[in-house]
Design a binder for this molecule. Structure first.
Ligand code: FAD
Ligand code: EPU
Length: 350
């Protein structure tokens, strides 16, 4: 880990390499844990010293608005294991929280398993995936999720959560709401099968498969198509700092949509629950004129030119500048459409 050693306390560390926005912020204390015991050690240390704890995985869904005066605890537990179930061709596959999500997806594909392919190339680590029930291209982890093991930050007891107990919703779970800040996720288990059907109904997947003359796609071909689409639309955080979609796509009552559609007949919309429709926030933001805008004296941050839902740091922007931009965009969208868009990214303030 950038020359740092796990299970060791560091002081005064730059968090720039640990967040995909590439924001320069300082951690007063930093600890990387590669075992559950190292997690517990860090929790005890923080308690003794009255340090607030910030948990980080890959830092791909956070906006650091200030320096962190307490302890940053990076969860870096590794390992993937597979056990068969009593059902033929079905397995339970468990990944430790610090495994890179995309590596885990690739591992499942190498084993010939169905279920992860649509979630290819999502940045970050396995442990953060249940936090917001990560999703893409018509799949969410809740579709294949089996259970997870988490550590209670106060009692230091381990607890297993079933799918029902996680309260998954669109970019939601109990870990972001009722149980926020209480648990550290240590491992996640999925139920996958070597038999199944691929889900190619979303967006351009079918188009890419056809263009590549793939007639009978399996999970690997679907994964490749998803990767192609993602690479064409989303900025690579290694090149341009970003945290993916900055806002969630809002759900509004169908009646509100029908009123808006009289003024904006081309407004894209997707039915979700009865009487509710989802509107792409990227469309709303683009309509407000924000797509591709660059901000600041140095024009060093703004809204991505290909995807208006993605805020970007071209280099040197502060978290506060990006947050101020997000607030301005939010207000513009509300003023034009009467729709409140909510951040998906986790705002980190002291
Ligand atoms: P971090 O950013 O490190 O943490 C996110 C939150 O989870 C923080 O609040 C943190 O405190 C908490 N946390 C992290 N690990 C743990 C743990 N082990 N236990 C308890 N709490 C923890 N997301 C999608 O859903 N779909 C997408 O298609 C998608 N595309 C993206 C594309 C790009 C280019 C980028 C940069 C991001 C994208 N994201 C997407 C967002 C992001 O990749 C996911 O939210 C990912 O799961 C975050 O993982 P992480 O390890 O980086 O989490
Ligand atoms: N659109 C625009 N202008 C834009 C961007 C989008 O008009 O600048 C409209 C288009 O109509 C387009 C529609 O929005 O058809 C949907 O766009 P896209 O397929 O790019 O998906 P999205 O709704 O912007 C969501 C997720 C992504 C996920 C993709 C694919 C949210 C908040 N975002 O984006 O997740 O990868 O679908 O499933 O739900 C993330 O969460 O960080 C993330 C990247």
């Amino acid at each position: 880990m950038d020359g740092l050693q796990a299970g060791t306390l560091y002081n005064n560390i730059s968090l720039k390499p640990f967040n995909t926005f590439g924001i320069e912020a300082n951690a007063a204390h930093f600890w990387q844990a590669t075992t559950p015991n190292e997690v517990i050690e860090a929790l005890k240390l923080a308690k003794e010293n009255h340090w607030e704890i910030l948990i980080l995985g890959g830092g791909s869904n956070v906006l650091l608005c200030t320096d962190w005066e307490g302890l940053v605890l990076q969860i870096a537990l590794k390992g993937i294991s597979v056990v068969p179930t009593e059902k033929l061709n079905e397995v339970l596959i468990t990944a430790a929280a610090g495994e890179r999500w995309h590596n885990f997806v690739l591992h499942s594909l190498e084993l010939g398993l169905y279920g992860m392919e649509n979630l290819s190339l999502i940045p970050g680590c396995v442990g953060a995936a249940p936090m917001q029930n990560i999703g893409a291209y018509g799949a969410e982890i809740k579709d294949t999720f089996h259970s997870l093991v988490a550590l209670d930050r106060n009692s230091l007891q381990y607890r297993t959560f079933t799918k029902e107990e996680c309260g998954f919703g669109y970019r939601e779970s109990v870990f972001k709401s009722s149980l926020k800040g209480q648990y550290i996720i240590l491992s996640v288990t999925f139920k996958l099968s070597a038999e199944g059907e691929v889900n190619i109904g979303y967006g351009d997947i079918q188009k890419i498969l056809e263009a590549n003359d793939v007639t009978n796609p399996g999970p690997i071909e679907v994964s490749r198509a998803v990767i192609t689409i993602r690479e064409s639309k989303l900025p690579n955080p290694e090149v341009i700092g970003n945290a993916g979609s900055f806002f969630k796509n809002p759900e509004i009552p169908e009646s509100q949509y029908l009123e808006l559609a009289k003024v904006y007949p081309t407004m894209p919309h997707y039915p979700t629950h009865p009487g509710q429709v989802k509107i792409p926030a990227g469309w709303l933001i683009e309509q407000c004129g924000w797509k591709g805008k660059k901000m600041g004296d140095l024009q060093n941050y703004g809204v991505h030119e290909k995807q208006a839902l993605v805020l970007v740091n071209y280099g040197g922007a502060t978290g506060q500048e990006l947050w101020d931009l997000a607030i301005t965009i939010q207000a513009d969208v509300f003023q034009k459409f009467g729709i409140h868009i909510q951040p998906e990214v986790n705002l980190i303030k002291a």
